[in-house]
Design a protein around this ligand. Structure first.
Ligand SMILES: CC(C)(COP(=O)(O)OP(=O)(O)OC[C@H]1O[C@@H](n2cnc3c(N)ncnc32)[C@H](O)[C@@H]1OP(=O)(O)O)[C@@H](O)C(=O)NCCC(=O)NCCS
Length: 187
């Protein structure tokens, strides 16, 4: 993956006024505001929420992720609906030697329940196999995060196991269900 490679993939329109765009510093303020509005909604699932207290923290996250992007380890993407940021989706832990990567995602609460994230994940899976030439895509969801688990299940991922106490979030250990999809299993 050359660093210009993903710049040819994004921005990408995926229907219903949704666009996937590479995350840049110009998104810092609106991304922080979306995070801030959804603090209580996101906090049970992500340890970074309580450490994101101002727009500078979001700016630092964007810088850190730009380094991972240059090293071909991660690709952070904003989901826009009619030009408003409604959530995020990413590839992380990309391992080009093993042709494998993980997808993560979140959506503002007010945008839940419309299938927007399922569409975004479907598109990222297609990008992962076709453009990034991955052979394996993984999604990990807390076992009690049923709305998150429904997405890989809807898209034909196989549940491969459960990692016990995989992550500590807000003082609570989360078990992670591991879902995988291989290139030859994709729709
Ligand atoms: C996980 C999360 C992204 C799921 O959001 P979501 O809105 O349920 O997911 P989608 O956008 O794919 O929408 C699916 C819902 O829309 C409905 N829907 C409507 N039209 C649809 C369509 N065309 N296609 C698919 N689903 C559709 C589905 O029935 C489903 O609703 P239901 O749960 O009442 O059955 C969101 O709840 C979130 O960000 N949570 C907090 C952070 C988080 O948990 N991230 C994941 C960590 S692993």
């Amino acid at each position: 993956m050359r660093s210009s490679y993903c710049e040819k993939i994004f921005p990408r329109e995926i229907g219903r006024s949704l666009t996937l765009s590479l995350l840049t510093q110009q998104h810092a303020r609106s991304l922080f505001e979306l995070t801030d509005r959804n603090r209580e909604f996101l906090k049970p699932w992500f340890p970074w929420v309580e450490f994101t207290v101002n727009v500078k923290d979001t700016g630092k996250f964007i810088d850190d992720q730009a380094r991972l992007y240059r090293d071909k380890k991660a690709v952070q993407v904003v989901i826009k609906r009619a030009n408003e940021i409604i959530g995020m989706i990413d590839f992380h832990e990309i391992n080009l030697e093993n042709e494998a990567g993980c997808i993560g995602y979140w959506l503002g609460e007010e945008f839940n329940g419309n299938g927007f994230m399922t569409s975004a994940v479907r598109e990222m899976v297609s990008i992962g196999f076709s453009d990034l030439k991955l052979n394996r895509i993984e999604i990990q969801c807390a076992t009690d995060n049923m709305k998150s688990r429904a997405i890989p299940e809807r898209l034909g991922f196989i549940q491969e196991g459960v990692l016990r106490c995989s992550e500590k979030v807000n003082g609570r250990f989360l078990d992670h269900a591991v879902y995988g999809l291989l290139r030859n299993e994709a729709e």
